[in-house]
Design a protein around this ligand. Structure first.
Ligand code: SAM
Length: 364
């Protein structure tokens, strides 16, 4: 368990600074501005979710290619102080596998201006770390959980770790990382009968459930659109038990948020449990893409900048950084890369090609 945090050194460019940096925005040709940076801390994972990677795992990145903490922090600092990044989401692979995560969170929280720091995790080990991560400066957490049944959990993830994840969710609630969000992928014939039981559990536990349509990002390239449980199907399944009300407030505040939020009515039998204003999110990445409002840019664990999960090109920030580029040069490269962002992911286009990197190596 991590209880003490080491002092956070200020990491600076090795190259001399040319004075106070002006803040530029990461705009593209379609009028979007990236302000949400998703950083993959590792491509390794301790689960083997069948929609993500094969049972035997993948060829992990060689350690020498993975950014060090100092390199990561330098790139994040450039994004935050020079390029208008306001949210930094740490992901992977499994970000909790990075033992010094608390140190990194504290170092990001020490930046000026301080970005909102978020984490996407499978929850294994979180029970012991949620409090120290919150102390370090973590503000938001998404825990991935597809089932409440131990056998189904083992079938999907190929590991018997459901109790660890549930303990991690409870610890996140206790640590005040509210609202704790739960990411759920439904697989036909595996866990799709659990849509409502998961929602009922989420409402009782005081967490916000968000269903994500399965995307063609598995390493095995086995995704089939016809097999995917669509957002409409998810809505139908939930509507058999509760009334989902479209939330006008949500439409106004949704902005670039990927989840369409519904208020859940018809939960009188849950009266007296937690809260009362229950919501559920549905992320229709495939059937109703939200690329037009996308404000994301991604940094892989090996320092490659990507404009989209489905991008087929990357900009090599690590190469430039290790070759001695200054902060200004790295910021220029970043601005140029985002300017080429495509209008959409194009899953529905006949010319669509799945990216070479699977989700675990991009950072979900
Ligand atoms: N290990 C962390 C976790 O489990 O949350 C972070 C990385 S994981 C790739 C991030 C999210 O991507 C998880 O919620 C996972 O369920 C989701 N995911 C992985 N493969 C996916 C796919 N093919 N389609 C949709 N979501 C996927």
């Amino acid at each position: 368990m991590v209880t003490t945090l080491l002092p956070v050194p200020r990491i600076r460019s090795a190259a001399p600074s040319t004075g106070a940096a002006s803040v530029r925005s990461l705009g593209d040709a379609y009028g979007r501005v990236a302000s949400d940076l998703r950083v993959s801390l590792t491509d390794r994972c301790n689960l083997r979710c069948q929609y993500c990677m094969p049972a035997e795992g993948l060829d992990w990145l060689p350690r020498a290619e993975v950014l060090t903490n100092e390199e990561l922090l330098r790139l994040i600092e450039i994004g935050v102080t020079r390029l208008g990044i306001t949210t930094v989401r740490l992901t992977g692979g499994e970000p909790l596998l990075r033992q010094d995560l608390e140190w990194l969170v504290a170092a990001i929280a020490d930046l000026d201006p301080t970005p909102t720091i978020a984490l996407t995790t499978n929850g294994i080990g979180l029970a012991d770390r949620a409090a120290s991560l919150a102390t370090a400066g973590l503000k938001r957490i998404n825990v991935s959980l597809d089932t409440l049944d131990p056998e189904t959990f083992k079938r999907i993830t190929r590991r018997p770790r459901l109790p660890d994840v549930l303990a991690g969710v409870d610890a996140s609630v206790s640590a005040g990382l509210l609202p704790v969000k739960i990411n759920t992928v439904l697989l036909r014939g595996v866990n799709d009968h659990e849509a409502y039981p998961l929602l009922e559990w989420a409402m009782r536990t005081g967490v916000q459930l968000r269903f994500i349509e399965q995307m063609p990002l598995d390493a095995q390239h086995a995704w089939k659109r016809t097999e995917m449980i669509t957002a409409d199907e998810i809505r139908d399944r939930l509507s058999a038990h509760v009334t989902l009300l479209e939330d006008d407030r949500d439409r106004a505040r949704r902005g670039s948020a990927p989840a369409e939020l519904f208020r859940v009515a018809g939960t009188d039998h849950l009266a007296g449990v937690r809260g009362g204003d229950h919501t559920v999110g549905i992320i229709a990445s495939v059937t109703k893409p939200f690329c037009g409002a996308c404000d994301r840019v991604r940094l892989t664990a090996d320092g490659q900048l990507r404009n989209c999960l489905f991008a087929r090109t990357e900009s090599d920030l690590r190469g430039s950084l290790r070759a001695g580029a200054s902060d200004e040069e790295l910021a220029d490269q970043w601005v140029r890369a985002v300017a080429t962002k495509r209008p959409g992911h194009g899953i529905d286009d006949p010319s669509f090609l799945q990216p070479d990197r699977p989700m675990s190596a991009i950072g979900g």
